[in-house]
Write a protein that binds this ligand. Structure first.
Ligand SMILES: Cc1cc2nc3c(=O)[nH]c(=O)nc-3n(C[C@H](O)[C@H](O)[C@H](O)COP(=O)(O)OP(=O)(O)OC[C@H]3O[C@@H](n4cnc5c(N)ncnc54)[C@H](O)[C@@H]3O)c2cc1C
Length: 335
């Protein structure tokens, strides 16, 4: 794998925002290299084999994505045409603090049969990417770990960007002191789909089609999603997202969140079986407490910031933020 070169724009972070940014730069003819500390792209669109030897991936980050922007709709349609993504449902369940259940209609939610990470893999095809490359410092020039670049993009949560940026850079002030909330995702694997035609405690007489449920006002759990339903293989797997409060108690030991989450899911859904296996994944920076104004930032040193902190914290926002920043850099560089 060739090393980054000084004439490159360097994009740090291979989540969907960084990949979209690198793609927009490439499409404008601007040489770009993406640096990602993990060995895969995807970031919080994370689909991991769980259990590790099972061969089936579970979506442990984003639960689904929605589509409003016209250009992103074209991307989603291309994924749909090629079998990467499918519209899933516009109706989710909702559990209220008084114990009642309702069905809530909203925008169409989209999922990916192979896991959401495959969508980022698809956007990343043909890009120049250095995997296992952890950036430690971004300085004036701009420069990444001492290597000069034409422009630098940090496509990651603000607290992660703040750790890298030299305080002399304009971008440092933009990300300083921003609060992001944690989540621990817990995957629960069962012997069979015991929630298929469920009438959970507090629901009306009609059986509930779970798909995914928002859990409002609960101390431990904010969402439960049916991973087999959204992925289309009907595997008996649920994924629960903790509240930020519950996650904060277990940041040093994410497995400590498993017992309260299992207890909450069992009670909420009225399940009779215990899960056969569980897996916890910590997201220290799952979503911003407050969005930034605007859709990205690009300072006078040509250090750019993008991601889902630039609007409503979701997949579409991250894609759009990265795409717009990539185009803005290409324009500034005259590419
Ligand atoms: C639990 C959870 C549930 C969610 N649910 C939904 C949902 O239902 N719908 C929805 O639309 N969105 C949802 N989201 C949000 C969605 O996942 C994000 O909006 C989107 O994935 C953000 O992409 P990003 O590129 O901005 O950041 P990220 O995906 O966080 O990408 C940042 C990348 O930077 C890399 N990186 C960080 N530091 C360095 C470094 N120093 N050097 C090199 N690389 C580095 C990381 O490894 C990572 O790959 C959810 C997120 C979480 C965590």
């Amino acid at each position: 794998m060739s090393a980054p070169e000084a004439q490159d724009v360097l994009v740090v972070g291979g989540g969907i925002s960084g990949v979209a940014c690198a793609r927009a730069l490439t499409e404008s003819g601007t040489p770009v290299r993406l640096l990602e500390r993990a060995h895969r792209v995807g970031g919080r669109m994370s689909s991991k084999p769980v259990p590790a030897d099972a061969g089936r991936v579970v979506d442990l980050g984003a639960a689904y994505f929605t589509v409003r922007d016209e250009e992103f709709a074209a991307v989603a349609e291309s994924w749909r045409r090629r079998g990467f993504a499918v519209p899933w449902t516009d109706t989710l369940a909702s559990h209220e603090p008084d114990g009642s259940w309702t069905s809530k209609s909203g925008p169409e939610r989209w999922c990916a049969p192979g896991g959401l990470r495959t969508l980022v893999d698809d956007l990343a095809r043909d890009l120049r990417i250095s995997y296992g490359h952890t950036v430690t410092a971004v300085g004036p020039g701009p420069a990444v770990d001492g290597l000069a670049a034409r422009a630098v993009v940090l496509a990651m949560p603000d607290p992660q960007a703040a750790r890298l940026l030299d305080p002399a850079l304009g971008a440092a002030a933009v990300v300083a002191g921003r609060t992001w909330q944690p989540v621990i995702s817990v995957a629960l694997g069962y012997g069979h789909r015991g929630w298929e035609h469920l009438t959970p405690p507090g629901s009306s007489s009609a059986p509930l089609r779970l798909r995914a449920a928002f859990v409002n006002g609960h101390p431990d759990v904010s969402l439960v999603a049916d991973d087999g339903d959204r992925r289309g293989d009907l595997a008996p797997v649920l994924v629960a997202h903790t509240t930020a409060e519950r996650a904060r108690q277990h940041l040093d030991d994410p497995d400590g969140a498993i017992a309260p989450v299992v207890a909450a899911v069992t009670e909420l859904l009225g399940l009779t079986d215990a899960p056969a296996w569980t897996h916890a994944h910590r997201w220290s920076y799952a979503s911003p407490a407050e969005p930034h104004d605007g859709e990205f930032s690009l300072d006078d040193d040509l250090v750019g910031l993008c991601g889902d902190g630039w609007g409503s914290p979701k997949v579409e926002t991250a894609w759009r933020s990265g795409t717009l920043l990539g185009r803005a850099i290409a324009e500034r560089l005259g590419g």
